[in-house]
Structures are given as structure tokens and as C-alpha cells.
Design a protein around this ligand. Sequence first.
Ligand SMILES: CC(C)(COP(=O)(O)OP(=O)(O)OC[C@H]1O[C@@H](n2cnc3c(N)ncnc32)[C@H](O)[C@@H]1OP(=O)(O)O)[C@@H](O)C(=O)NCCC(=O)NCCS
Length: 143
Amino acid sequence: MTVNIRNASTNDIPLIKSILSQYILETELVEENIDQFIVAENVGKVVGCACLDNSAGVIELRSIALMPACKNKGLGHRLFKTLEQRAKGMTDRIYVRTTARGFFDKMGFRALDNSQKRVLWQDCADCDKFDVCMQVPMVLKLR
Ligand SMILES: CC(C)(COP(=O)(O)OP(=O)(O)OC[C@H]1O[C@@H](n2cnc3c(N)ncnc32)[C@H](O)[C@@H]1OP(=O)(O)O)[C@@H](O)C(=O)NCCC(=O)NCCS
């Protein structure tokens, strides 16, 4: 499987949204944040995506997802490594809020106390589902 990782363009928006929807991940901000997305492309077809969001005052890895048939082939790792390189010029740590904790453990992230979500993110502080939210806050310190 030959997969190229590249910056996303507006043409990729429908496929990015389609991939994110399969996992009930947020799609509302894709248009607004398209410049911060990268995609994994296999023979001209987008099979994965990820985003490095810096809109909330912290650098956050968001919206990382692969088409189901393309999971567990190292592509998530490649997407992460590409954004990690990009983040090194911007910050000394990357945050994530995730239900895929095992993957981010493997990438070197460390879980934070759940209460940190309210400190780090205004949308968590304002969220009426905070007490039932399954997303774990995690951080990776960059070297
Ligand atoms: C999470 C996701 C992006 C990982 O991408 P992937 O291409 O499947 O992962 P990789 O093949 O690069 O795996 C890298 C390592 O992480 C491990 N891993 C991957 N997903 C994992 C998971 N959910 N739990 C535990 N470990 C996981 C792999 O076994 C591999 O370990 P190894 O290096 O010891 O072999 C992908 O599974 C996915 O699209 N999940 C659904 C969407 C989602 O939940 N995204 C997270 C939003 S924050």
C-alpha cells in the first residue's frame, strides 16, 4: 500500500468529513480549519486525516482517523509523526482529548487528570456533558 501524506485542500473536505463521521468525530470545524489538516492518500483517494489545531490557545492534535480498512497499518503513526514535526516549530507540548487512549499511549502521550480539561479548554468548561464525557486529556512534551 503506497500512501502519501500531504497538506489538505478544500477539495478534500467531503472525504475528510466522511471519514470523521464514521467515528462520530466532530465535522463542523473542518471547513474553518482545513489549512491545519493533513491527509493520507492512497492512489489518489483520501484514506485518513489529522489536524493540528491552535485555535484554543493550546496546540491540540484533533480529528485523526483512518478509513476502517486502512487502520492498523502504521498510517495513524505516520500522520501523528508529520504533525509532531510541524508542532515542534510552534510549541513545546501537544495536547489531545481522545477515546483512543491506547494509540496515544503508544505515541508517547501521558494522560492528565480529567479536571485538566476544564482548565485547558473553554468548551469543556462550558460543556453540560462534562461529567459523562469519555474523552481523556493527554499531553506529549516535545524534545
Ligand atoms: C486511532 C487511529 C487513528 C490509529 O491509527 P492506526 O493507523 O490504526 O494506528 P497505527 O497502525 O499507526 O498504530 C500504531 C500503534 O498504535 C497501536 N494502536 C492503534 N490504535 C490503537 C488503539 N485504539 N488502542 C491501542 N493501541 C492502538 C497499534 O497497535 C500500533 O502499536 P505498535 O506500534 O506496538 O504495533 C485509528 O485506529 C482510527 O482511525 N481510529 C478511529 C478514530 C479515532 O478514534 N480517532 C481518535 C480521535 S482523538
